[in-house]
Write a protein that binds this ligand. Structure first.
Ligand code: OOG
Ligand code: MG
Length: 265
């Protein structure tokens, strides 16, 4: 990947993002100060952030693909998919109360999650490679939280901010990929009993496994593979919906059951 930032700037931006993530405050997007910043620079900051969290004892559980559906690309004004890392500290149990006190401006989105039984290595990873390496899929809700003011960013900035990753909840009913039609799964999201978003899983690059293949190929560019046992989210199928304390959210997935949570102060 094409890098323009030196080591000192990468460390500086990594510390800026880490501060905003851990203390939950909004900052200007990074390209305001570094207009020449590239997507490669964004990943260099993200990888530095990952190293810092791992050194502090966080455990990586997998990865996420982002900006993989038209709904998300249009909502965020970005037209290239991205990836981010997921750790144990971001996981929340199904049906739990999720605090918003440690988040800036959270939003929820419905995703299909994959659990891998075999490792994958790009480049050249295909949808079929992903399906062959998948142990099972399950429904998930990602709680994203951009650290950038107004939830407004460009690709280098959001990649540096680990793709707005904040929390995630897996649940519902796990299924083997050969037992379901992964491209025609309907999903509806309800907030406080009202329908707020609906779509079909094909909205994610035509098939969610396509997003995982894309993720494996980006990982290869970063010099990494996808280990067996990884939990991987394939990206929001619907647009993301803002939540606040008091909100109850339930995502209902055809054939995969539902995932619910509530938000508190
Ligand atoms: C970027 C994160 C995108 C998804 O599923 O598309 C993402 C954002 O929208 O803030 O997680
Ligand atoms: Mg997402």
């Amino acid at each position: 990947m094409n890098l323009t930032l030196g080591r000192e700037d990468i460390v500086r931006l990594c510390e800026r993002i880490e501060g905003a993530q851990t203390r939950a405050y909004a900052i200007p997007k990074l390209t305001d100060e570094y207009p020449g910043m590239t997507i490669g620079d964004g990943y260099a900051v993200q990888m530095a952030l990952r190293q810092r969290f791992l050194a502090a004892g966080h455990k990586q559980v997998g990865w996420k693909a982002g900006l993989t559906s038209k709904a998300k690309m249009i909502q965020m004004g970005v037209n290239v998919p991205s990836i981010g890392f997921l750790t144990d500290r971001m996981a929340r149990p199904e049906n739990s109360a999720i605090s918003t006190a440690d988040l800036v401006h959270p939003r929820v989105e419905c995703e299909v999650a994959f659990v891998m039984k075999k490792a994958l290595q790009g480049p050249g990873c295909t949808r079929q490679d992903v399906l062959d390496a998948t142990d099972y899929v399950l429904p998930a809700v990602e709680i994203i939280d951009s650290r950038f003011s107004g939830f407004k960013f460009d690709l280098p900035s959001v990649v540096a901010d680990n793709g707005s990753s904040a929390r995630f909840v897996g649940g519902g009913r796990a299924r083997y990929v050969e037992d379901i039609d992964l491209d025609t799964l309907g999903v509806v999201m309800e907030k406080n009993g009202e329908l707020v978003a609906m779509a079909a899983s094909a909205a994610v690059l035509g098939h969610p496994a396509e997003a995982i293949a894309m993720l494996v190929n980006i990982l290869a560019e970063l010099g990494e593979g996808l280990p067996a046992g990884s939990f991987v989210m394939s990206g929001g199928i619907t647009e993301a919906i803002a939540v606040k304390p008091g909100d109850n959210v339930i995502a209902r997935f055809q054939a995969l059951g539902s995932v619910s949570m509530r938000f508190v102060e």
